[in-house]
Ligand binder design. Structure first.
Ligand code: F6P
Length: 487
């Protein structure tokens, strides 16, 4: 993307890359648990520019200077974060309501019924307008490059397009796109599609999601679709619909040198959690979300212990569940179900002081999670539906010893790139239990072979490749626009 040198890059996302929290009267800086942040932050460090996001930390307001801008990352100052402040009502309607009770279950089709309320929709529109206004205010030229992130901002591309017709707007949808029938239940389906078609480029993780989107437009709108080029023309504007599988930043050698060895990681994790030294360890790391298949995973652990009594008292499963969207009933009742299932399985198979399942429902910093990955024999990713899922890629990046086995849901976008994992249908408890057993008994040579191959894929198809492909498509389209304006 050297062709874009000198051009201004503005990112818009709901979630901010760093939040300032007040803890015991002190301000601490935290990284939120978010695949979006994991992926976009390194890209922003590389291109600098401005990131506009919702200020959500308890001390965020104290952390900003009088211009409302924070240089980030702390101490490095590669880019600026501009925080926008929402009222409680706006956050409720736009974020919890329309985005997370409406669009989230709508797009994941995870058997949670989407809820659509008129008032939420109005807040969603207002907040999209608020962020669009901020983009326009930040723009230093008539054609900035605007990187719009996710389902919180479906309307924003067309709003920005109206005011900055020459802007290059790249929208990336971090979650799945469902088929036209499923999407069609949204009362504002046309408005959402029109909003998204304000984008110059519309990116999804997989070709399958692009196909679903194009079919949805075909079903509900009067637009010209050119399947050969994967473009949609609507209202005189053309949008390229393309797949860009998201990834992680591959850890630099200087960083990996500082990591505790796998043996040290294991010793630390086992000591901290009181895991008996002769136990094998499987881990799961997720936001505490009903799409992640955590219940199915617990059921598979239980079934594995039923079928293979030799693992009883020799196996521990640690589930990190980062608090998420806890203001919503659906999330709270899901958390309760998981706590109950954990208790049930522990009562059945655990021993006093050595439970089979350790549910760690708190925020964990990256170093802690990395230690867990390095300590584990198996990592379980059993999403019921996931745009991509970055946990599986982080696990692979953590295993420079080429050991450990990944069990991966076929319904995560990542399964398409990572066939060397043990790929399972998480709805099939028996199959997942068998895969867990297979993982626990896999010979070291086979682990090495699979892990080496997974590592070379993730190393090569890292997040810079994701951003680089999108930005070079953008550069091509910008050039084309300049040339056609000259004619
Ligand atoms: O990638 C999907 C996503 O919903 C992002 O939009 C979001 O930042 C992340 O997961 C975590 O969710 P939230 O921002 O609602 O905590």
């Amino acid at each position: 993307h050297t062709q874009l040198r000198g051009d201004q890059v503005i990112v818009v996302s709901n979630r901010e890359p760093y939040l300032h929290q007040l803890e015991d009267g002190k301000v601490v800086v935290r990284r939120p648990a978010s695949g979006l942040v994991t992926a976009v932050e390194p890209v922003m460090r590389a291109c600098s520019g401005t990131w506009i996001a919702h200020g959500s930390g308890t001390a965020d307001r104290q952390a900003v200077d009088k211009h409302d801008r924070v240089p980030l990352p702390p101490g490095q100052h590669d880019y600026l974060l501009r925080r926008l402040w929402l009222t409680g009502e706006q956050e409720q309607g736009y974020y919890y309501g329309f985005a997370n009770e409406g669009l989230w279950p709508l797009c994941h089709v995870a058997h949670v019924r989407p809820v659509f309320r008129e008032a939420d929709w109005q807040h969603y529109r207002d907040v999209n307008q608020l962020f669009a206004d901020a983009v326009v205010a930040e723009a230093r030229s008539e054609d900035p490059i605007v990187l719009v992130q996710d389902y919180h901002f479906a309307l924003l591309p067309a709003m920005v397009r109206k005011r900055l017709p020459r802007a290059t707007i790249l929208t990336f949808w971090h979650i799945p796109w469902p088929n036209p029938e499923s999407f069609g239940i949204c009362p504002w389906r046309t408005e959402i599609l029109e909003g998204m078609l304000g984008s110059t480029i519309l990116g999804f993780h997989t070709r399958y999601h692009c196909k679903n989107f194009i079919e949805t437009v075909d079903r509900y709108m009067e637009a010209r679709i050119e399947h050969e080029h994967s473009t949609i023309t609507f209202g005189g504007e053309q949008t390229l619909v393309e797949s860009y599988p998201i990834s992680i930043e591959w850890p630099a050698e200087e960083e990996t040198k500082r990591w505790p060895t796998p043996a040290q990681s294991r010793a630390e994790v086992y000591a901290r959690l009181g895991i008996p030294p002769d136990h094998h360890l499987a881990v799961g790391v997720d936001r505490f979300d009903y799409t992640k298949g955590i219940l199915e995973r617990l059921n598979a652990v239980e079934r594995m212990l039923e079928k293979h009594p030799e693992w009883r008292e020799r196996f521990t499963f640690v589930q990190v569940a980062a608090p998420s969207r806890g203001a919503l009933d659906e999330y709270r009742s899901f958390q309760e179900r998981i706590h109950r299932a954990t208790e049930r399985i522990n009562a059945r198979f655990g021993r006093e002081g050595a439970p089979v399942i350790r549910l760690l429902a708190q925020h964990h910093e990256h170093d802690e999670v990395n230690k867990l990955y390095r300590a584990a024999d198996v990592c379980l990713v059993t999403s019921l539906h996931d745009g991509m899922n970055l946990v599986c890629k982080e696990f692979v990046a953590a295993r420079d010893d080429e050991r450990g086995v990944l069990v991966l849901s076929r319904f995560a976008g990542a399964a398409r790139e990572m066939p060397e994992a043990l790929v399972v249908n998480p709805y099939h408890v028996e199959e997942t239990a068998d895969a867990l057993h297979q993982a626990l008994t896999m010979p070291a040579a086979e682990q090495r072979e699979r892990m080496a191959s997974l590592r070379s894929t993730v190393r090569e198809f890292n997040v810079y490749r994701w951003a680089g492909r999108m930005l070079s498509d953008a550069a091509r389209l910008r050039l084309r626009q300049r040339v056609s304006e000259r004619v």
